[in-house]
Design a protein around this ligand. Structure first.
Ligand SMILES: Cc1cc2nc3c(=O)[nH]c(=O)nc-3n(C[C@H](O)[C@H](O)[C@H](O)COP(=O)(O)O)c2cc1C
Ligand code: SF4
Length: 426
């Protein structure tokens, strides 16, 4: 039986952005046509029943997020699609942006109908500027076909327009409150929460922020029905996850797998990662992006779904799977992680602004042979402090990979103290 599935990615093989007719023939706007005859609360209940989890990183249940926003009475409400895709090792949202933006737009349109929203924004990361023209074309074609603008599908008052906003290339702007500040023309720094964005969001108004892949799942949920959708996944994570396999993997690329697929299969099955391209052993995989945890071989036999991963000290994050073979030194690897976060910290709070740099410098002591046992404790203390006291998710999660190493491979740090690393001490 095939390990992959084409539930959400079924119409992403070619560039379809200019072709509403093709989309109509394949997807049929079945979901949209169905929901406009449903009670809005029933729409949200069906989404809750489907167990669709947010795909941007935190895995928050999409139905619950929609329910919170629905309860807020103030209008206007804004719909925002997070297409920042800044997490290293993650390249799945661009698949939709480029090849099938119409499914993302249909998802946003369904949200607009539920929340009576008149305006939606797609926040595209600066580095994806090559996708902007195609996405704009999709919006224009959608409008021309009567799926955007005024009285959509002939329904009076169903008015919705989508605007593109491009970022300037800051990782932190993918964080939802920072993203809204960026659209408002403010510096790319996060807001304090609460209030939730469902209460005080874009331009101070109630706002829904969902990831590209999450929006792409919405038409599938309503086309196929919640029952069908949830049965594909596990008890608490319905449907599929699009994963991005990279690094030393033999078969690097994007794959859609049912939630609950075994992580070992994701890494080794020939239809998926296929082991390493180097023929060497897999030493570890970094899951979910730079802010994710690291899994070592003894942890590979595990169900790849949001809750099981979390219960086992891992997280799904964006679905990035970076495979490292046995030649990779963990200290070297962690240095690249902290270098990344030192560059990307917004500087608003001290634990993150200073902490990430200090982490990098301390790790440098391990690779140049000057570290002591006390430095291991310092790494542990600092990672705890940063996690507990940083203002936003960036500083709270930047030490996750280090936490995995401290928990499962402290011996490799100790080996560096004894100058016992073939990579660092040739
Ligand atoms: C530092 C940081 C960067 C983030 N970058 C992204 C991103 O590039 N894309 C994304 O969808 N979510 C990103 N997120 C998560 C968003 O804050 C938010 O949870 C997400 O857009 C919600 O969508 P979802 O519920 O559909 O997953 C980031 C979070 C943090 C803390
Ligand atoms: S944790 Fe603090 S410094 Fe780091 S990105 Fe968030 S607000 Fe900025």
């Amino acid at each position: 039986m095939s390990k992959t599935i084409r539930l959400v990615t079924g119409t992403t093989d070619e560039v379809y952005s200019n072709d509403v007719k093709h989309y109509e023939e394949n997807r049929g706007f079945n979901a949209l046509k169905k929901i406009v005859h449903m009670d809005r609360e029933d729409i949200i209940n069906e989404l809750i029943e489907a167990n669709l989890r947010g795909k941007g990183g935190a895995g928050f249940p999409a139905g619950l997020k929609w329910k919170y926003l629905y309860k807020v009475e103030e209008e206007p409400k804004y719909i925002v699609c997070n297409a920042d895709e800044g997490e290293p090792g993650t390249f799945k949202d661009r698949l939709f942006m480029k090849n099938d933006p119409l499914i993302v737009l249909e998802g946003m349109l369904i949200a607009a109908y539920v929340f009576n929203s008149k305006d939606g924004y797609v926040y595209i990361r600066g580095e994806y500027r090559d996708l902007v023209a195609g996405f704009q074309k999709a919006i224009d074609n959608f409008k021309e076909a009567g799926y955007l603008g005024k009285n959509i599908m002939g329904i009076e008052g169903f008015d919705f327009n989508v605007h593109i906003f491009t970022g300037a290339g800051a990782y932190v702007c993918g964080e939802n409150s920072t993203l809204l500040n960026s659209i408002e023309g403010k510096a790319g720094r996060p807001r304090i929460k609460p209030p939730r964005l469902s209460e005080v969001g874009l331009f101070g108004k109630p706002t829904l922020v969902n990831n590209v892949e999450t929006f792409a799942n919405i038409p599938i949920v309503f086309d196929r029905g919640a029952k069908y959708f949830k049965e594909i996944g596990t008890e608490t994570s319905g449907g599929t996850k699009i994963i991005c396999i990279s690094g030393h993997a033999k078969n690097r690329g994007i794959y859609e797998v049912p939630m609950g697929t075994n992580l070992h299969d994701i890494i080794y099955d020939e239809e998926l990662g296929g082991g390493t391209s180097t023929g060497r052993e897999v030493k570890f995989v970094h899951i979910g992006g730079q802010s994710g945890f690291i899994a070592f071989p003894e942890q590979f036999n595990i169900s790849f779904d949001n809750d099981t991963l979390q219960e086992n000290g891992l997280s799904m994050g964006t679905g990035a799977i970076v495979v490292a073979d046995e030649t990779v030194c963990l200290v070297d690897y962690l240095k690249t992680v902290f270098k990344f976060f030192s560059d990307e910290t917004c500087g608003k709070c001290t634990p993150c602004r200073e902490g990430n740099k200090q982490m990098y410098l301390i790790l440098n002591k391990f690779s140049n042979g000057t570290a002591t046992e006390a430095d291991i404790e310092l790494l542990r203390d600092l990672s705890y402090t940063m996690n507990q006291s940083s203002f936003c998710g960036l500083g709270q999660s930047s030490s996750n990979a280090l936490v995995s190493v401290l928990k499962h491979r402290e011996d490799e740090l100790k080996a560096h103290i004894n100058h016992d690393c073939k990579k660092c001490f040739k």
